[in-house]
Design a protein around this ligand. Structure first.
Ligand SMILES: [Mg+2]
Length: 270
């Protein structure tokens, strides 16, 4: 009977103050770092999320590192399963799953190494528009960039470098990612669905790194902002919110709740 709700976090469920587009008085803080509030949801989204986790298996699915993910405190009990590092790490009750880690290592064997990709990103990202270049969990690399100063040929150039080496590019806000093609959110979510015996997967996400998750889910939704929206990305099974910013996050939580309720009714009637 289980419905699995797989949702990206940043700019899908949770928002920086700048990305939220909603007055601070209408927001609930869900992440602090160094004592500073970093991420928010609207009050209706917080209340809706607390109800949703009681009705479905809700799995946060993020490109964040385990440490970055651990800072996020959404309402309700901590999730039993979470996907971090873009599918590279599957957390079960907060602990990395060894069996999944071994499978990921085998899948990445055919691509260029992380050291090669990281060195290429460092060489491509000039100091004039780059704050830093980091690696995550020995799996992938990203640069923190000044987006308004990016050369227009940077992403296309990285795209063609990556495509022939088993890697891919994603630009999300101030983060420019190089991620192995084999590192997919959808595959980690499929593994959790198999373990839980979930019959239905609902998904949400805003970025190119979410596209595989959206198209493999039974039903999915993306916000009317973000990388997929900027590219005009669509797929037959993927809906789009009316709102943008944190109000889109609120709409996505309500959409999950509505579809979960309908799915549970349908499964009961079988
Ligand atoms: Mg996102």
């Amino acid at each position: 009977m289980t419905v699995l709700v797989a949702s990206d976090l940043d700019r899908t469920l949770i928002y920086s103050r700048a990305a939220a587009g909603v007055p601070l008085s209408e927001l609930v803080c869900v992440e602090e770092s160094d004592g500073v509030p970093r991420s928010f949801v609207t009050r209706p989204a917080a209340a809706g999320y607390a109800r949703l986790v009681m009705a479905a298996a809700v799995v946060p699915v993020t490109t964040r590192s385990p440490d970055q993910f651990a800072r996020v405190r959404l309402p309700g009990p901590a999730p039993a399963h979470a996907v971090v590092a873009n599918g590279g790490i599957l957390l079960v009750d907060g602990v990395p799953d060894d069996r999944w880690a071994r499978r990921v290592r085998r899948r990445l064997a055919g691509a260029a190494s992380l050291a090669t990709a990281h060195a290429h990103l460092v060489s491509a990202c000039a100091p004039s528009f780059t704050r830093s270049v980091r690696t995550v969990a020995d799996l992938f690399t990203y640069a923190l960039v000044h987006r308004e100063a990016l050369p227009s040929d940077l992403v296309p150039g990285l795209d063609s470098w990556a495509a022939s080496r088993g890697w891919r590019v994603s630009l999300q806000g101030r983060k420019l990612y190089l991620v192995p093609q084999a590192l997919r959110k959808s595959e980690a979510v499929a593994e959790i669905a198999a373990r839980l015996g979930a019959r239905t997967i609902l998904a949400a996400g805003d970025a190119l790194l979410d596209a595989d998750l959206l198209v493999t889910a039974d039903r999915a939704i993306r916000p009317a902002h973000g990388e997929l929206h900027e590219r005009g990305w669509t797929a037959p099974s993927v809906e789009r919110t009316v709102a943008s910013g944190a109000r889109a996050g609120e709409e996505i939580v309500a959409w999950f709740a509505r579809l979960c309720a309908a799915e549970m009714r349908a499964q009961r009637s079988l």
